[in-house]
Design a protein around this ligand. Structure first.
Ligand code: HEC
Length: 395
């Protein structure tokens, strides 16, 4: 009976589980592919998909089919024609030369005897494979060079590490640690985004906490009307205010400054923050505050000894929302900071347009920009559900 119950319950839950797993896969698979891609050398990214990362190198199958019979699986079987010798393979830089050589006769017999000669594409793959096993060009399967290149804003044709090893310094890259601050790189942009996001998260929450306390526990006339107006302000679309505010900023010299962006994000974060914080604070037990006032607590004491500690879940969830929103924001940063102090999103969008061929850097750049939000999310997520429910349950 018990096992039957168990099976029944399992079967009843099955559709939900299948759907949940499918949705998870739908999200995780592309993210995983992006991660794998970001760790591959760019030659490989241009050549094969990320799912081939653990399979045999390209050209190996063709080599085995056409050449291994005489040259051996490792290419070393014919001592006078060791295919792992870089000097020998260096004579055949392209598949054309290789094809020509294969068509020549050896000691009066065709090179490949009765085996069919490979087609052009196969020959190209075999040539690549030979360059790999002879170590002329043997990029590792995984590399961090995309991350390094994205961080320093490298825009050459090889990699930053290779260029620097060859002693090539460009105008804006000097091959020392200062390159991390190159204005075209993600390293500098990371710091800029941090400089935008931290105050733009702390300020609105701080002001909202003050305001929410006032709306919940101070008694003044027009309290509810003011609150309603504030909450109603949420309907003002951000895009509508970009032009007027940037004109005002131009007059007071705030365009292109961090202060301007902080103010903007604070202004637009406040209505929702106040709304959520007020609902949370307002649902705290009234007796608690009244007995505190009876004991002679001032509003300031009640605020920072009672209200603040009790509203940590609400503050945390607001913090996550506001931080993620500011971190991922492109529009406001583009309008008010532009290329002067580029943030991560600006830098990424710039990579798409100006680096059509360098999109391998894009994958690394995406992960660089995801890093901090993921840390924030996972460290604060235990507050998340509680905070989302803020104010919805009494008591
Ligand atoms: C039927 C046997 C056979 C097959 C199949 C064969 N080879 Fe060879 N290959 C030879 C022999 C024999 C030599 C000459 C060794 C010598 O010069 O002493 C040679 C020489 C070479 C050399 C050296 C040429 C030079 O510059 O001296 C290369 C490179 C080479 N083979 C590539 C290939 C590749 C690539 C394939 C497959 C597409 C292939 N071979 C298939 C037998 C074969």
């Amino acid at each position: 009976m018990n096992t039957v119950n168990k099976i029944n319950r399992f079967l009843a839950g099955l559709p939900t589980h299948v759907v949940v797993i499918a949705v998870c896969l739908l999200w995780l698979l592309p993210a995983f592919g992006l991660l794998v891609t970001s760790l591959r050398p760019f030659q490989d990214i241009n050549d094969t998909g990320w799912w081939t990362v653990l399979s045999a190198p390209k050209g190996m199958a063709d080599y085995t089919a056409s050449c291994a019979a005489c040259h051996g699986d490792d290419g070393k079987l014919i001592a006078t024609a060791d295919l792992t010798d870089p000097e020998l393979i260096g004579k055949y830089p392209r598949s054309l030369q290789l094809m020509a050589m294969l068509r020549k006769e050896i000691d009066g017999k065709p090179h490949m005897e009765d085996l069919p000669a490979p087609e052009a594409q196969q020959a190209a793959d075999i040539a690549n494979y030979l360059r790999r096993i002879s170590n002329i060009e043997n990029p590792p399967r995984f590399t961090a060079s995309n991350y390094v290149d994205a961080l320093v804003g490298y825009r050459g044709t090889t990699t930053y590490a290779k260029d620097c090893a060859a002693g090539a310094q460009s105008l804006d890259l000097k091959c020392n640690i200062r390159d991390l601050l190159n204005p075209r790189g993600m390293g500098r942009a990371f710091l800029n985004t941090l400089a935008v996001a931290l105050p733009a998260t702390v300020l609105p929450i701080l002001f909202a906490a003050f305001a929410a306390y006032a709306f919940s526990w101070l008694h003044f006339r027009g309290r509810m009307a003011l609150f309603a107006v504030l909450v109603g302000l949420q309907v003002v679309p951000l895009q509508m205010t970009l032009v007027p505010i940037s004109r005002i900023y131009a007059q007071v010299g705030l365009n292109g400054t961090f202060l301007g962006v902080w103010l903007f994000h604070t202004g637009f974060g406040l209505p929702y923050a106040i709304y959520l914080m007020r609902n949370f604070l307002g649902s705290l037990p009234r007796d608690l505050f009244e007995s505190a006032y009876l004991d002679g607590a001032s509003h300031w004491t009640a605020f920072h000894r009672l209200a603040l500690p009790l509203s940590v879940p609400a503050i945390a969830s607001l913090g996550i929302f506001q931080f993620l929103w500011v971190w991922n924001d492109l529009l406001v940063a583009l309008v008010f900071l532009g290329g002067k102090n580029p943030v991560l999103t600006y830098q990424i969008s710039n990579m798409v347009t100006s680096l059509g061929a360098g999109w391998h850097l894009l994958t690394a750049a995406a992960f660089i920009s995801m890093l901090l939000p993921m840390i924030v999310f996972f460290s604060l997520q235990r507050f998340f559900v509680r905070g989302l429910l803020a104010g919805s349950v009494k008591g």
